[in-house]
Ligand binder design. Structure first.
Ligand SMILES: Cc1cc2nc3c(=O)[nH]c(=O)nc-3n(C[C@H](O)[C@H](O)[C@H](O)COP(=O)(O)OP(=O)(O)OC[C@H]3O[C@@H](n4cnc5c(N)ncnc54)[C@H](O)[C@@H]3O)c2cc1C
Length: 427
């Protein structure tokens, strides 16, 4: 049987020790079978266990194998489309609920890290960097919008002030969110998995769900076993494939790439990011970066529609890094990797229930470290019969990608080309 290891990455190379986890063999019975051990699955499992459910997690590869163990590590609040878009597309009551939840995921991460003593290099402070006055105007209205929903740890940065937090000459200003921040993402997932097990949950690795037998008593089948459950939570996101065919049409896996420099040394690292905040710029196809605990720069950006693995990741990302930081031209790149996130047409999460007992949350469109933690809580609430917050997400409208499964990739790439051109021209 295939044994899928972690992809080569800085995170895999610096991961905390984790126990070997069994492959599912034979039949087990549980209250909730969670499919996927990324943040969505692990967060759901933790909230459910804390509320007395028996939980079995099936992971096709290893804990944090997907986006949760490969991402930029940026704790970015709100959703991939902001609350103003939500306000325009849904009613005021639903918008109010979703707006209030927009910063909850970051708080959940901090609570988890504190409660279960997870070693994942948690740091506070995230910066949105403006490349032009239009971006700056957007950040000013974003601050007003977020404050309207009670999110107040925000500071606008003018051109002088942003130079104090990031040594990049390209920015005209920014917005500092002290409730943002960064983590070692794989170590967060590994710590959450250990917490799941400490509460009596079971995680099977190398145990892909290959078929779901639906009905009043659903059964999830793997190659060598099956799980009988009262409820199923589908949390496979961009790696799910066609296990649940009705989910595939309204979302599209996309790849995004990250590089990691050799250690920069304290002096250079502190010159680049003196307060150790993480940064993302305001472009549609945005660049994002931060320091690691051993003072490397992790830099990501760009999107490959349709989730193909690019042959030379460094060739795609390095020019972006050098545009932001020409001072790094002689620094060696030690790691480069790709990972998949799941895009929806609205860029808002795809949440819902199939029949009475199959729940899902996916498609946070490249902006999911915080949302996925919230999703776990909201799914657990729904399974306990408190579905108001779940319904606020489930009622968000979703549409199939134009062109269907065959043509959605070129259509989306065309859209991205258009937005990329707008970024370049500063519109
Ligand atoms: C390179 C990259 C950088 C990113 N940077 C950031 C960032 O800095 N900040 C941010 O907010 N967001 C970022 N994101 C997005 C964020 O990482 C994701 O939104 C989030 O991790 C998704 O979590 P998840 O649990 O839903 O999915 P995943 O973490 O992808 O987990 C899904 C899991 O399900 C498993 N699985 C799939 N199918 C099956 C099956 N049939 N049976 C069993 N298991 C299955 C997979 O193996 C996988 O482990 C980034 C994403 C990528 C790829």
């Amino acid at each position: 049987m295939a044994n899928t290891p972690y992809p080569q990455s800085y995170y895999a190379a610096s991961a905390n020790a984790a126990p070997p986890r069994p492959v599912l063999q034979g039949e087990v019975e549980t209250d909730v079978c969670v499919i996927g051990a990324g943040y969505t699955g692990l967060s759901s499992a933790l909230f459910l266990l804390e509320n007395g459910f028996r939980v079995t997690v099936l992971e096709a590869a290893k804990v944090g194998f997907g986006a949760s163990g490969r991402n930029g590590g940026q704790i970015v609040n709100s959703y991939s489309r902001d609350i103003d878009v939500i306000e325009r597309s849904v009613g005021p009551q639903q918008a109010q609920l979703l707006g209030q939840m927009a910063f909850e995921g970051g708080r959940i991460i901090r609570e988890r890290v504190a409660k279960y003593q997870i070693q994942c290099d948690l740091k506070d402070g995230g910066v949105f960097a403006a490349l032009n006055s239009k971006h700056m105007g957007h950040l000013e209205s974003q601050k007003r919008l977020w404050e309207r929903y009670g999110h107040t740890q925000l500071e606008l940065l003018d051109e002088r002030r942003i130079r104090e937090v990031v040594a990049c000459e390209n920015y005209v200003g920014g917005l500092l969110d002290m409730s943002g921040g960064h983590i070692h993402p794989l170590n967060l997932a590994l710590g959450e998995a250990a917490a799941v097990e400490s509460l009596g949950g079971t995680i099977y690795e190398q145990s892909a769900a290959v078929r779901i037998e639906r009905g009043a008593n659903p059964v999830v089948h793997t190659a060598q076993g099956k799980v009988k459950a009262k409820f199923i939570i589908v949390a496979g996101n961009a790696y799910l494939g066609n296990l649940v065919p009705e989910l595939a049409a309204k979302s599209m896996p996309c790849g995004t790439q990250v590089i990691t420099t050799a250690p920069l040394g304290d002096e250079l690292a502190n010159r680049l990011l003196p307060q150790d905040f993480c940064v993302e710029d305001c472009n549609y196809l945005l660049d994002y970066y931060r320091l690691t605990s051993d003072k490397r720069l992790i830099f990501g950006g760009g999107v490959v529609y349709g989730a193909r693995d690019p042959a030379n990741i460094e060739a795609i990302i390095l020019p972006k890094m050098l545009k932001a930081f020409p001072q790094l031209k002689d620094v060696k790149i030690d790691y480069a990797w790709t990972g998949n996130f799941l895009l929806t047409l609205s860029r808002l999460p795809q949440v819902g229930r199939i029949g009475d007992n199959i729940y899902y949350s996916q498609g946070c469109s490249g902006h999911g470290v915080t949302y996925t933690h919230l999703a776990g809580k909201v799914l657990a609430e729904a399974l306990r019969g408190q579905a108001e917050r779940f319904d606020a997400f489930a009622d968000l409208p979703h549409y199939p990608f134009p062109g269907g499964q065959l043509l959605r990739t070129p259509f989306a790439a065309l859209g991205a080309w258009y937005y990329g051109l707008r970024d370049k021209l500063g519109f």
